[in-house]
Design a protein around this ligand. Structure first.
Ligand SMILES: Nc1ncnc2c1ncn2[C@@H]1O[C@H](COP(=O)(O)OP(=O)(O)OP(=O)(O)O)[C@@H](O)[C@H]1O
Length: 377
């Protein structure tokens, strides 16, 4: 799939601008804080209805304006789409596909897929488990449109359960109030865990192959799912039986949960571990190995989406090019041969060299304005 045109209005520091894209690589270069990442964020938002970095939607609205508008012209193998999002302060999103209003995000999410790779992604290896859970959730959201609904319901029930654990220390009263929340937690928690198990299985195989290529067959990468609900690893268990296990676990852990005033089991405690040649990458991996691991994961994500949707997603590389050595850049470039439209940001034109420059369309970004420059100048 290819984004042919992007229009941004009152989004971050862009008052209003239309950009056309007609080459496989699009480079946004400019000094710090000029608006390079803002453009990737706009594309990400068109694909997911969310920002990859802002916690509140209102951060995205240009200061002193009342809302933003984004429009993307998307070309897929057999179809073309016009995607529009209008977000006004204090209102919900207004979404349109080909001019037709959409009442929910689900159809919208089916149109455009993206994979983003930014320096913060190194936190996938070094950071806390919530970074890894977010990675999993973002990935699943791109291919399973019910997943966000499961997550929202799970988190809502979990919040209520934890609130009860904090406010009510009377066990017999809890036995009366907790079951409805426990049932929701178990029902949606099992759906989440099963989907995570499936996606990890897919990514595990893909990232291992890619990692071997990146390291010229010298090193092996192994991904390990560490589910909070260990019984999920038993392939013979049916969904209903698994829900019963989860409910039993919640009940068995009640004393402990009361003591800690929070729920100790469930997918909100899941994690993933990465092993390079048998050693835990988090503790023993060099910086280079950790970067290669993240690169392999992101490339696996691309392949996984291609497998599920039949087309490669768009790749957004935010400020990571200068962090990658020649060999790793080459692997990324090979992807564009495979028709992955790639948007790249960097602070200097010199970040982009050789083949990359030949295939590229270049925009110079300055104070919320993008100026098209010819490649090779
Ligand atoms: N809601 C907003 N309204 C207006 N300007 C904003 C808003 N949010 C952020 N900005 C401005 O956008 C700029 C940051 O843009 P961006 O994050 O895209 O930087 P960048 O060019 O990627 O820089 P770097 O190379 O440092 O990552 C800053 O000048 C910031 O003040």
């Amino acid at each position: 799939m290819q984004l042919k045109e992007l229009y941004v209005k009152n989004f971050r520091n862009y008052p209003g601008q239309s950009l056309n894209f007609n080459k496989p690589i699009i480079l946004f270069f400019g000094e710090n804080a000029q608006g390079k990442t803002n453009l990737l964020e706009a594309i990400y938002y068109l694909a997911t209805g969310k920002s990859h970095r802002a916690h509140r939607e209102k951060e995205l609205i240009r200061w002193e304006t009342s809302g933003f508008y984004l429009k993307g012209e998307l070309k897929k193998e057999n179809s073309e789409y016009t995607l529009e999002i209008l977000q006004r302060k204090g209102h919900g999103k207004e979404l349109k596909i080909n001019g037709l209003p959409q009442s929910n995000l689900r159809n919208f999410l089916k149109s455009l897929n993206v994979v983003i790779f930014s320096p913060e992604d190194l936190m996938l290896i070094k950071g806390t488990p919530d970074n890894r859970r977010r990675f999993l959730d973002q990935e699943i959201n791109q291919v399973d449109y019910n997943y966000d609904f499961y997550l929202k319901n799970y988190n809502k029930a979990l919040k209520q359960r934890n609130k009860l654990l904090k406010t009510c220390q009377n066990k017999s009263m809890l036995k009366y109030y907790l079951p409805p929340w426990d049932e929701q937690i178990a029902k949606y928690g099992v759906k989440i865990t099963l989907r995570r198990k499936k996606i990890i299985h897919q990514i595990k195989l893909l990232s291992r192959l890619i990692y071997r290529k990146i390291t010229n067959q010298r090193e092996d990468l192994e991904l390990k799912y560490i589910p909070s609900l260990e019984s999920i690893l038993n392939d013979n268990l049916k969904e209903d039986e698994f829900i019963d296990y989860f409910l039993q676990g919640l009940s068995n852990n009640l004393d402990n949960d009361l003591l800690k005033k929070s729920t100790s089991i469930g997918p909100h405690r899941d994690d993933i571990e990465f092993y390079i040649n048998g050693n835990n990458a988090r503790n023993y991996g060099s910086q280079g190995q950790q970067r290669s691991t993240v690169l392999a994961l992101k490339m696996a994500e691309l392949e996984m989406i291609k497998g599920e949707k039949g087309e490669y997603p768009i790749l957004l590389l935010d400020d990571v090019l200068s962090e990658l050595d020649r060999a790793r850049r080459k692997h990324l470039l090979n992807l564009t041969e495979a028709r992955v439209q790639t948007f790249v940001t960097g602070t200097s034109r010199d970040d982009f060299k050789g083949d990359m420059l030949k295939k590229a369309q270049i925009y110079k970004i300055y104070e919320g304005e993008a100026v098209n420059e010819d490649a090779g100048d």
